[in-house]
Design a protein. Sequence first.
Length: 397
Amino acid sequence: MISMAKIDDIEDWLIGQALGSPDMATMFAEMCERLRKCDIPVDRAMMAWTTLHPLIEAEVVIWESGSELQHDLIAHADEETEEWLNSPVRSVLVNKEPRFRRRLTNANAPQEFPLLASLSKAGYTDYLVLPTGFKLPATNEDYPTTGIIVSWATCHATGFSDEALSAIEYIQKRLALAARATIESQISRTIAETYLGKNAGNKVLNGQIRHGDGETIDAVIYFSDMRQSTAIAEQLGPDAYLTWLNTFFEATAGSILDNEGEVLDFIGDAVLGVFPTDTLGLERAVELAVEAADETRRRLAAINDNPATMLPMKAGVALSVGSVMFGNIGVAHRLTFSVIGQTVHAAARVESLTKTAGSDVLVTEDVARYCGSRARLVGSFELSGFTDPQPLFALDG
């Protein structure tokens, strides 16, 4: 006899989860354990959901009593596997079925999916798939119904009783509410960090959304700009140039991110990144920025060495130390979180000098003092925000 009072306790717990920021996989696993304590014979369960993320299309969690929790991320680029193409879960999604159930001990029950035969061989007696739909931003056009889909399996000799099925359906709707709140929160954070950067995105999510909100930080500045972009855009055309531009950003912005920096802005075909000195320390920030510049060189060289590359991809990189102000600018109803200040203008000026100074990477004196023999003086130049000409150094390979 299933105690509805205990089921109500799980419902209350799920409401509490919905009001917080739980980890989806952990929440799902704990819910399954709680169901078992209510005499609902769940021995295996799987939950899947789509999300809105530039890299991830969906997430899948598989819980099995006595086994380690499995949490998989499905990337947009991943091909649909044979296992997925022949799964009951996919069938429910594609055919928009309200539920799917198979008694695995019934010799007359069809086992049209390989998973059912596998579960039956492993000792499972009953299998159920339930989708719970709700409106959610997502990118997968093949499966337009968003929400969660859960499969339930048991090893109990008689399978799921009618009472257990009712309890599972009841709890899954409450699980969907908690999942929806959590997924939407994750999507909001993903969008903020994707379009603003991790630091700026967190600030916006933490309340810095008013016109004029901002902050000044000290950092090593990385500024890179593509060479001959106008001519390349005209030669390639809009679609091919967009692909070209994203390849360029993989080489430049990707190098910043892979070396603990943050991309603050894309300015046309230029990239502005920072390595904050307050968290990293100046010497470490310079070390990482220099490695980002070196990595940019390596990636561009690899692109240009590829026989499929029809046009040379070139860039100039500038490294300097200074303060940048980033915050909300625009009008009250249409803001952007952008970067402003003399340091930005100076960094752009230093980068432009790479065209005539004989080096694709130029650094200021504050950076050069940490670069040892790699820093070679190329001259002194007028820079925005400085009264006197400033020495600049080439960063030799």
